[in-house]
Design a protein around this ligand. Structure first.
Ligand SMILES: Cc1ncc(COP(=O)(O)O)c(C=O)c1O
Length: 399
């Protein structure tokens, strides 16, 4: 057997890969597990988007390699979308680079800008890929703590008191996963100013800005943002296209050129019908987002009820496609509660600790299941509490 490269040291298989195997095994053994873990949209894309895919796929010329920097129609559609929804002007030729999912963009940005000796600031709790991508690029991870008491926003004055000389990238992600916290334009301006003062590339990962959020914002709207910030975006959640792998990195042309140098050695473009249909998705009217959010709002109500049944505390204003909640006393941590729900009631909720130690006392519920499933999950939570009265601690109010 060959020893894997040392760049894989400290990089474990993604938590969900193992958990999904375990859930599949439990189901095979006859356990009707309800999986409220992963955030993969269960709703279909808009019909015109499917039609655009089908029409384009029937064209004999659709099947060749495509440009590394995406087709012109898609770059233009992203630029129009940024202008329309965020008030940000992007040059479609140079400031909008389509990606095969924003997750690959995280790795591309890390590989294009980080090297041994550099540090990247990663949120705790946060999306685990920021850490993994940083390590894969040979750089060091320094976590910054987020907490409910400060609305899960980084404490920039405290960071400024630390030695930032080796910090090259700061990963941020608002609306934030897993906490559902939001930033506002003032905070994005503070982040951009911080990046400019310390020569740090601020990378905002923005895939949740249309979910349970009336006012989508972009860090690129802040003054001076193009000098120091990049933004990743995605159609996975906003347009129910997770499996299609459609993302974007937007920012300064020179930064995007560097990413393209890396990316053009990784892939050979994206299937043209996917790109044309993605361009169609970006043109959908406001009613699309409203319909999506009506569904998520209804589901969120069920998730709140489930979490109240368990005695969890949570913020009712959170955004994105999850509900993040503090677990009641009586459990060691979120893993403990998650395991007990899984093994005693066939209900899987994500333990907050997988997003970092600051999430240990939390649990996350995905809204990617129909209301009926969430209602059934609440019944199982009731049965769980009834069987273990110690957990029916004072019914917590929403934070
Ligand atoms: C914070 C965050 N960033 C990026 C992604 C990846 O999105 P995409 O499907 O565009 O790769 C996810 C997906 O779960 C996410 O939660």
């Amino acid at each position: 057997m060959f020893k894997p490269a040392s760049r894989l040291d400290g990089i474990a298989e993604y938590y969900f890969a193992g958990k999904l195997r375990e859930i599949a095994q439990l189901r095979q053994n006859g356990h009707p597990v309800l999986n409220l873990g992963i955030g993969s949209p269960d709703l279909p894309p808009a019909p015109p988007v499917i039609e655009a895919l089908q029409t384009a796929a029937a064209h004999p010329a659709a099947h060749a390699y495509q440009p590394y920097s995406g087709i012109a129609e898609l770059r233009q559609a992203w630029a129009d979308w940024y202008q329309r929804w965020y008030g940000v002007r992007l040059n479609p030729q140079t400031e909008a680079l389509p990606l095969i999912g924003s997750k690959e963009g995280i790795v591309h940005v890390a590989m294009s800008f980080l090297e041994p000796g550099d540090i990247a600031l990663c949120p705790n709790p946060g999306y685990p890929t920021y850490r993994a991508a940083t390590l894969l690029a040979g750089a060091e991870v320094q976590h910054y703590h987020l907490a409910a008491a400060t609305q899960w926003l980084p404490d920039l004055p405290a960071l400024e008191k630390t030695d930032l000389r080796r910090v090259k990238i700061m990963w941020v992600n608002y609306p934030h996963m897993p906490t559902g916290a939001r930033a506002n334009p003032d905070f994005f301006q503070q982040l951009v100013d911080f990046g400019r003062r310390h020569h740090i590339l601020i990378v905002n990962d923005n895939p949740y800005s249309f979910i349970l959020n009336e006012q989508p914002i972009s860090i690129l709207r802040a003054e001076g943002a193009f000098e120091t910030a990049l933004e990743l975006n995605s159609l996975s959640k906003s347009h129910n296209l997770a499996g299609w792998r459609v993302g974007l990195v937007a920012g300064h042309a020179e930064h995007l050129q560097a990413i393209l140098r890396f990316k053009s050695n990784m892939d050979s473009g994206q299937f043209q019908p996917v790109q044309l249909a993605a361009a169609r998705a970006l043109q959908l009217p406001e009613a699309w987002y409203q319909g999506l959010n009506d569904t998520y709002r209804e589901r969120q109500g069920h998730a709140f009820a489930l979490l109240k049944t368990l005695g969890c505390r949570f913020d009712e204003q959170q955004q994105g496609m999850f509900v993040w909640a503090e677990i009641p006393k009586g459990f060691r941590d979120g893993y403990d509660l998650s395991d007990r729900l899984l093994y005693e009631q066939d209900l899987f909720l994500t333990p907050g600790g997988i997003f970092g130690s600051a999430g240990d006392a939390y649990i996350r519920v995905s809204l990617c299941s129909p209301s009926a499933v969430l209602a059934e999950a609440q019944q199982r939570a009731q049965a769980f509490v009834a069987a273990a009265p110690a957990v029916s601690l004072p019914m917590a109010n929403a934070l």
